[in-house]
Ligand binder design. Structure first.
Ligand code: E4P
Length: 217
């Protein structure tokens, strides 16, 4: 499963990228607003840092304007992936931009039928939002399972980009059901390395090692 980082925090992205955990980056208008940075500038810097796709979201709501924004955004860097909302206008823009060879990420997907339309529109990625479904009492992971079955039934190449990942449980479930990608905030990815028994075991090993009086270097 590929890991995308859902953030515009350059330091956090760089830290995870250095370990080799960053296959791409996703942003949205809320993440850009939180960064306090200029949209184009911050996308340019992220694109220079990571090799994989960097999602930059359009803010127009009408297809022609989305297409114009997408064409501008893709000029920032060859790894820009134009992010479009899952509306009929967004799907129309997706079809055009994908047809021009631009990477596209259709976002705000909350149903299997919406995902099917994104695949038919030629999206590179479709982003079902797990956490936001869980927030309203719907099992977000069931949606990933449904989309996996539908895409496999017909051989759609659109990748399932599980989004709105809030914890390690979501990450594990995504891997189990076969999401192609998950995008998660940096702190969620970092926490995946943690286990209390790892900390306890390491402390005990180091204590015993100290008793030997030896050093490796
Ligand atoms: C994905 O592309 C979105 O930016 C993101 O995953 C939304 O997550 P949230 O529901 O935690 O805001």
């Amino acid at each position: 499963m590929k890991f995308f980082v859902d953030s515009a925090d350059l330091d956090q992205i760089a830290y995870l990228n250095d370990i080799g955990f960053v296959d791409g980056v996703t942003t949205n208008p809320s993440i850009i607003a939180k960064s306090g940075r200029d949209f184009i500038e911050v996308i340019k810097e992220i694109c220079a840092m990571v090799e994989g796709p960097v999602s930059a979201e359009v803010t127009a709501t009408e297809a022609d304007a989305m297409i114009a924004e997408g064409r501008k955004l893709r000029k920032i860097s060859k790894n820009v992936c134009v992010k479009l909302p899952l509306t009929l206008d967004g799907l129309k823009a997706c079809k055009v931009l994908s047809g021009e060879g631009t990477q596209t990420n259709v976002t705000l997907c909350f149903s299997a039928n919406q995902a099917l339309l994104a695949a038919k529109a030629g999206a590179t990625f479709v982003s079902p939002f797990i956490g936001r479904l869980d927030d309203i009492g719907v099992d977000g992971m069931e949606l990933i399972e449904e989309i996996r079955i539908i895409f496999d039934n017909y051989g759609y190449e659109t990748e399932i980009l599980a989004a709105s990942i809030r914890n390690g449980g979501h990450a594990k479930a995504c891997a189990l059901v076969g999401a192609d990608v998950m995008t998660a905030p940096p702190e969620v990815i970092r926490k995946m390395a943690e286990h209390p028994l790892t900390d306890k075991g390491l402390a005990a090993f180091l204590k015993d090692w100290e008793k030997t009086g030896q050093s490796i270097l």
